[in-house]
Design a protein around this ligand. Structure first.
Ligand code: DLL
Length: 433
């Protein structure tokens, strides 16, 4: 079930010359249109015309998340806004999210890549795709939606939430494919258990789960509970959204990266030095077919490994292992990407709070929870209970409104949060996945 035999099964030599051609075009395009790239190339003493082999990729400076923030909202686009037909943004960042844009042709490319992705996971025309990824600025919902339509499958654009109703509709509509985060798949399977619904009442066959880390253990659990094959999908808004890489249903071993559109590298997270295939390090992507928002050598901060062994499915593209962690401290809590520093800056803008806090992330059942424990100053602490409660509620609401996650907030007595001599441990992640 290879959607695009010509490209997905391309011999390496041909693939690499295509990559080089597209890389050169992309470099020329961004150099000519985006001041950020002109400046970074000039600083590195590099001209796009000097890129003559894939090895020259190493000479291109990295692009980091901060660079995108500095160029907020549209300064990384190569075209004026009237050529851009869609905007998405990464979830859960403070007031200023990371913004990405797509031309009409980019949406066409993305839909093709998502049709490939679904096909790689065993989905065909005739399947009913229950799409429980969030619709909105997040790339998950619409990315899957367009790909499933392109493939000719029937899409149920259900988005997240109201799990019982989701189960009812899945049964009534005869859904064969479930697309959502792995933790939501677990929640769905738990409600199925609780309500005593026999999984044979559902026609589900395949699940395509990603947008957050999960494990082989979780795969076995959801596969058994829902009676499906579960495959891992990786994606990131800055590169395109979902549609960067996915496991094939035949092998379920490593995610095929669509290398005719994205060039992956693994670098040492500390030195930035490129590492050979097989070594574990930080994943870096260069897009080579995007129009509105191409990105060169983007540091994803995701930790994994690349490998080339041929796959039984016949695809020739390189594979990546499951993402095992991050080289920064970004947390993904119920699908929302969040940096501890964002919580800190929000807390420090509220009077009466001390700069001593700890974030505790746990998994209760299938749900991630976030506890924010923070010290208040003496005068607040000896204030009336009702004022303390008011302050707790204020923090809770601000975290929800600005960062998009619900948290349990606990105000504690001065000097009760542990002090550190070295690096403070601000985040305790107790989740076992
Ligand atoms: O999560 C896009 C996506 C949507 C992927 C639907 C898969 C399915 P962002 O919100 O920009 O984009 O978050 C990107 O999520 O850097 C990883 O840290 C994490 N991530 C995504 N997929 C996986 C995965 C979407 N399969 C960030 N395993 C990335 C582990 C993942 N982490």
């Amino acid at each position: 079930m290879i959607w695009d035999e010509e490209y997905e099964g391309m011999p390496r030599e041909a693939l690499e010359s295509l990559q080089l051609y597209r890389l050169k075009k992309t470099a020329e395009r961004v150099y000519a249109t985006v001041p950020f790239y002109k400046e970074s190339f000039d600083k590195a003493g590099l001209k796009p015309s000097q890129i003559n082999s894939l090895d020259d990729l190493k000479r291109i400076p990295f692009t980091n998340k901060e660079d995108l923030r500095d160029n907020y909202p549209f300064k990384m686009f190569t075209l004026p806004l009237h050529e851009v037909v869609r905007i998405h943004a990464s979830s859960g960042t403070t007031g200023k999210p990371t913004v990405v844009g797509y031309t009409k042709r980019d949406i066409e490319t993305w839909s093709e890549l998502m049709a490939r992705t679904l096909s790689c996971a065993g989905v065909q025309k005739g399947d009913v795709v229950h799409n429980a990824y969030g619709y909105g600025l997040f790339t998950g919902g619409l990315g899957f939606h367009y790909g499933a339509e392109k493939l000719g499958a029937t899409v149920i654009p259900i988005s997240g939430g109201n799990t019982k109703r989701q189960l009812m509709l899945m049964e009534d509509f005869g859904s064969t494919v479930l697309t959502c985060t792995p933790s939501y798949a677990l929640t769905i399977s738990e409600i199925l258990d609780e309500d005593g619904i026999d999984k044979s009442r559902l026609k589900l066959r395949v699940g395509i789960f990603g947008a957050e880390p999960w494990s082989q253990n979780m795969r076995i659990q959801v596969e058994n509970k829902l009676g499906i094959d579960a495959v891992d999908i990786y994606g990131i808004s800055e590169v395109i959204g979902p549609g960067v890489s996915v496991e094939c249903i035949e092998a379920k071993t490593g995610l095929h990266i669509f290398e005719d559109h994205f060039i992956p590298e693994i670098v040492d997270p500390d030195t930035g030095e490129q590492l050979p295939y097989g070594e574990v390090g930080e994943l870096v992507f260069t897009t080579i077919t995007k129009e509105a928002f191409p990105i060169l050598r983007y540091r994803t901060r995701d930790i994994t490994r690349l490998f080339y062994q041929p796959c039984i499915c016949g695809r020739t593209h390189v594979r990546m292992d499951r993402v095992t962690g991050r080289s920064d401290d970004m947390l993904i809590i119920r699908g929302v990407n969040l940096y501890p520093s964002q919580i800190e800056s929000l807390l420090m803008g509220i009077d009466g709070l001390e700069p001593h806090y700890q974030l505790v992330v746990k998994r209760e059942g299938t749900m991630d929870t976030l506890d924010i424990n923070i010290e208040v100053n003496e005068s607040i602490f000896s204030d009336e209970i009702k004022n303390l409660e008011k302050l707790e509620n204020r923090i809770l609401n601000e975290v929800k409104d600005i960062l998009g996650v619900s948290a349990n907030v606990k105000l504690v007595e001065p000097k009760t949060i542990q002090r550190f001599e070295g690096k403070a441990v601000r985040v305790v992640d107790e989740r076992e996945i």
